[in-house]
Design a protein around this ligand. Structure first.
Ligand code: LLP
Length: 423
């Protein structure tokens, strides 16, 4: 359930009319609903009631300060993947003690940054990283809290580019090597080997692969404990899918029940790293029709493009696209490609999609664009980053102003030998 609904035939975000926002700030723009984020957070945490699980919002899904802040105010921690995300999460008010740092390529500087701050946990993904973290921690007179991210060799059954838990993927330490790594860690003075972490991919629409990977991770916890390691934590990652179109992902309640059942009586501090399920359906991308042409095929050319939302081009992903002014019930629906102005055919947001009649300047909304939308945008074709707006009840605020072309040009710096010519 989200809070983007038609009222009297006009799409609203909560109590705010989308055409009103478009008239005020132009298009394209991302629009987020705070009530939808809140609802999704509450449903997920409600399903984990009694587990004491720390829910660390995966900042990579949408790292706008206002979005992170919304999560933090609800009680979430942060799962970060770079020094930049760590800084963003803290700037939005996340407590260091609720931050987990994941990712296979943390640099020395990033490790030192996180050690200086004193975060909850490093999810370590390789032996070299463990040794470097130890060395940096010893230099700084600290002990780093560590969970080892294991690769359980489980196929998440999701898109090839976002599956992370098979042995041919770059993530984690093969689960059958984990014993050796924990034995090594036990000898290193700068790390405290506290737990096991697992994350097998994103947009997972079936519980079975989760269950299999949790089973392997928890089995490892038992083995490690039997071998004398004081394992207190288990990090179960993120990855729960959302309905974009026809998918039927397990409801968070079912996911939560499974987590409860599998972890009951294990005396483990649990961490979850959900991203998409919290914010995906809480955002839309609003765009305007520029042209329409019928040359053997119907093309709707809009003012948003693959640089604004790359998911269809990158993962062939489906996003529902709806007119902002609701189509009449008897409007003829004809198949169209919804495309942007960028000079490559990959710039297609939807292919062969039944769409109602549309005219230039009509508004459309690309749904479920709250996760991995704005954060993956680029300025390709010198298209400035679009505005982002957050709605709460009957108010809205621009939470990132539209970039201007002057902003973009100002990021470049002419070499000294060209400066004289430009002056
Ligand atoms: N934890 C780790 C270690 C991750 O790598 C990720 C996502 C998450 C948590 C959060 O996963 P979520 O709950 O959002 O599924 N750009 C792609 C998705 C990439 C996901 C990367 N890792 C897309 O647009 O589908």
């Amino acid at each position: 359930m989200d809070h983007f609904q038609y009222r009297h035939g006009i799409l609203h975000a909560e109590d705010v009319s989308i055409p009103d926002i478009a008239a005020a700030i132009g298009t394209p723009f991302y629009c987020y609903s705070a009530a939808t984020m809140t609802r999704h957070y509450n449903v997920l945490t409600g399903s984990l009631d009694g587990t004491g699980a720390k829910v660390c919002y995966a900042v990579k899904a949408n790292s706008n300060q206002a979005v992170i802040r919304t999560m933090v105010e609800l009680g979430a921690g942060a799962d970060v993947i770079s020094g930049g995300e760590l800084t963003r999460a803290l700037a939005a008010g996340a407590s260091p003690d609720d931050v987990v740092f994941a990712g296979p390529g943390k640099t020395r500087d990033e490790l030192a940054q996180a050690l200086a701050i004193g975060i909850y946990q490093f999810n370590v993904e390789s032996e070299q990283e463990l040794r470097l973290l130890n060395a940096v921690a010893v230099e700084m007179g600290k002990v780093a809290p560590v969970s080892i991210r294991v690769n359980p060799d489980v196929d998440a059954g999701t898109h090839e580019k976002i599956t992370t838990g098979r042995k041919q993927n770059k993530f984690g330490i093969p689960i059958d090597r984990a014993m050796d790594i924990f034995a090594l860690g036990a000898e290193l003075p700068g790390v405290a080997m506290l737990g096991v972490a697992v994350h097998i991919g994103s947009q997972i629409t079936d519980l079975a692969p989760f269950e299999e990977s949790f089973d392997r991770a928890l089995g490892l916890v038992d083995e490690l404990r039997a071998a004398g390691h004081d394992i207190r934590r288990c990090n179960l990652g993120g990855g729960l899918g959302i309905p974009y179109g026809g998918e039927t992902p397990p409801p968070p309640e079912e996911y939560g029940r499974m987590v409860k059942r599998m972890t009951a009586n294990r005396q483990l501090d649990l961490v979850l790293e959900p991203g998409r399920v919290l914010v995906g359906n809480a955002g839309i991308l609003v765009a305007r029709v520029v042209y329409e042409k019928h040359e053997g095929r119907r093309f709707i050319i809009i003012d948003a493009a693959m640089n604004d939302l790359i998911r269809p081009a990158m993962y062939d992903s489906w996003h529902d696209i709806v007119p902002v002014v609701e189509a009449a019930p008897d409007a003829p629906m004809t198949e169209a490609d919804v495309v942007g102005p960028i000079c490559e055919s990959g710039d297609t947001l939807a292919k062969g999609r039944p769409m109602p009649p549309l005219a230039p300047n009509d508004l459309i909304a690309v749904r479920s664009a709250g996760a991995y939308g704005a954060v993956m945008a680029s300025t390709y074709n010198s298209r400035p980053l679009v505005a982002e707006v957050m709605v709460r009840g009957d108010q809205y605020a621009v939470i990132r102003p539209r970039q201007t072309i002057d902003d973009l040009i100002a990021l470049d710096q002419p070499p000294p030998w060209q400066q004289a010519e430009l002056e």
